[in-house]
Design a protein around this ligand. Sequence first.
Ligand code: HSE
Length: 297
Amino acid sequence: ERIEVFCPATIANLNCGFDVLGLALEGVGDVMHIAKTAQSGIVIKQLSGPSLPLEAEKNVAGVAALSLLKALDIKQGFEISIEKFIKPGSGIGSSAASAAGAVWGINELLGRPLSRKQLIPFAMEGERLASDVAHADNVAPALLGGFTLVRSYDPLDVLRLPSPEKLVATVIHPQLELKTSDARKLLKSQVELTKAIQQWGNLGGLVSGLYEEDYELIGRSLQDVIVEPNRSLLIPGFDDLRKAITDAGALGCGISGSGPSVFALSKGKKMALAVAEAMRYTYEPLGIPYDVHVSKI
Ligand code: HSE
C-alpha cells in the first residue's frame, strides 16, 4: 500500500499576520511517496533535490511522522521517499511541505483516523526541529489548502479563510539560504502600541478583504510595520523589488515567511505575469541566481 502526495509550498505571515497567516500555492511544491513497510519505524529516502538528513529523528518529515505514530500508538512502519523541489531556507515553507506531506500521507494510509486540522500539531513538530519554534503558519495552509489563520496557539485554533477567485501569487526566490531560526533572531520581543494598532488593523482588513473579495482592500492591508523593517535588510534589492512590483500593478507584496523569497499578490494571471517580469528585470543585474513562480492559491 502506497500513496503519492503533493506537498505545496506556502507563504507565511502575509505581512500583517506574523506567525498566524499563511497560504498554500497550488502549483509549487514537493512530491512524496509513502509506503507501508514490514518493519516498524520510519525510513526516509531522498529521490531528488538538495540533500536532507536521512535519519528519521533529524528529518522534519521523519519527526512529524514519528510524533503522529506515537500519539496514535501505531506500530506500523512507513517508508517516505522525497522528491524535494522547495529548497530549505527559501522562505516558502520547505520544512512545512515535508512535515505536512508526511503526516497527511500516513493518515491516509491508516484509513484517515484524524482530520486535516487534527494533523496540524504533528506537522508542527517538524517545524520545531527545523526552526526551534513550532509555528503553524506554514503547516496549516499546507494541510488545509488556501488561506489559513492561526486564531490561537494555546489552545490551537486554526481557521480556513476564503481564497478570492482571481487572486494569483508571484514569488521570487533569490538563491540564498536564510534559516528561519536566524531570521527570528532579528525580531524584537516588544512591539510599540502604535505599530501594533497598525498591524492588527491591517490583519482585520486583509481577512475582511478575503471574505468580501475586495482586491483593493486586500492590497492596502498587505503591510508589515513590525517585522519587515528588520528582516528586509537581509534581502538584497528588497526596496527596488517592492517598487518594481508595485509599478507593475500588484495589489501588494512583502517578505515570504522569514525570507529571502519575496511574494506579491495580483488580481488575475496577466498582472501576476507582469509582476514576474518586473521581478526578473530587477534581479537580473544583481547577479544572484533566482527562481520566479506564478501560482494560483
Ligand atoms: N512565521 C514564521 C517566521 C514563518 O516568519 O519566522 C517562517 O516560514
